[in-house]
Design a protein around this ligand. Structure first.
Ligand code: FAD
Length: 261
């Protein structure tokens, strides 16, 4: 069995600066990490590898420095890594990004299961996993919180819902997106990091993937970001003085006055 994990590199911050002119998040100078949801996708793939001897490949579309995150994934337990990188990918919306990733996944070899995170911490559209499935003509289950059974040509999963979960089954290959309830991700080992430094990561550009210019970048992106706005600043809180008992009494009185209690 061969599993492909789709990993996005994202900025490590909650302090988002917005480039108003470009309608983009300004990521200049920010540390970049593996999208936190994708660490759960990677962990699940590594657990399947440990249990059944599967091979795990990681793939990412992004700038050259995305290599660092792919090496971290190798150091954590992935066997192969592939980077899709080209100036022509700049300005791709989630549909174009999924098109690029689909062609990269096809080129990187056979696959039985493709695992994505439920969403990226920055773009957060949650569209790439489903669009990837559509591009590859595969079934897709989102918000997977547990893989109950996985064998040749068959998978059964629990899909998280607002009220509980559904059990779904289907044929492989399939695309799934996972939620953080699925596992507890491990960290990369020092030994793994040293070993990953020496691994050659293939970098494929638009030409290597046979991509048509009309399907990538702004030309291949039907959605346009017309405005970005930071959340409104929080109003300051109020400190209630006194002992714990006094604080509770004051708080209850305030909640009653505000008709919340
Ligand atoms: C109009 C428009 C223009 C844009 N221009 C740019 C641009 O110029 N440069 C730029 O960097 N971004 C750009 N973006 C953002 C970029 O298209 C999205 O970040 C990307 O498509 C992924 O969407 P998302 O972040 O919503 O991911 P989601 O759909 O929320 O991600 C879900 C999952 O898909 C997988 N995934 C998502 N993105 C990738 C990836 N790149 N590689 C591997 N796996 C992935 C991960 O498993 C992730 O957990 C643009 C977006 C729009 C709408």
């Amino acid at each position: 069995m061969r599993i492909v994990v789709s990993i996005k590199q994202v900025p490590e911050t909650t302090e988002v600066k917005i480039d108003q002119a470009g309608g983009r998040v300004d990521t200049e100078g920010l540390t970049r990490i593996i999208n936190p949801y994708d660490t759960y996708a990677l962990e699940e793939a590594i657990r399947i590898k440990e249990a059944s001897g599967a091979t795990v490949a990681v793939i990412s579309a992004g700038p050259e420095k995305t290599n660092e995150s792919l090496r971290e994934a190798l150091a954590t337990g992935a066997d192969e890594a592939f980077l899709l990188s080209d100036q022509a990918f700049e300005g791709s919306d989630p549909l174009a990004a999924a098109h690029i990733l689909a062609r990269g996944i096809e080129k990187c070899g056979p696959y039985d299961l493709i695992i994505c995170g439920r969403q990226a911490m920055d773009g957060a559209s949650g569209q790439v996993g489903p669009s990837l499935a559509e591009e590859l003509g595969l079934p897709m289950v989102s918000f997977v919180r547990k893989i109950e059974e996985l064998k040749d040509g068959y998978i059964r999963v629990q899909r998280m819902t607002d009220d509980g979960y559904e059990v779904l089954e289907g044929p492989l290959p399939m695309v799934i997106s996972v939620v953080k309830e699925i596992n507890e991700p491990r960290l990369a080992s020092l030994k793994g990091l040293m070993k990953a430094k020496r691994v050659e990561i293939p970098v494929w550009a638009a030409g290597d993937l046979g991509l048509d210019a009309s399907r990538i970048g702004p030309a291949g992106s039907p959605t346009k970001v017309t405005k970005l706005a930071p959340p409104p600043p929080r109003s300051g809180g109020e400190m209630i003085p006194g002992t714990a008992d006094e604080q509770v009494k004051t708080l209850v009185a305030k909640l009653k006055a505000a008709k919340i209690l």
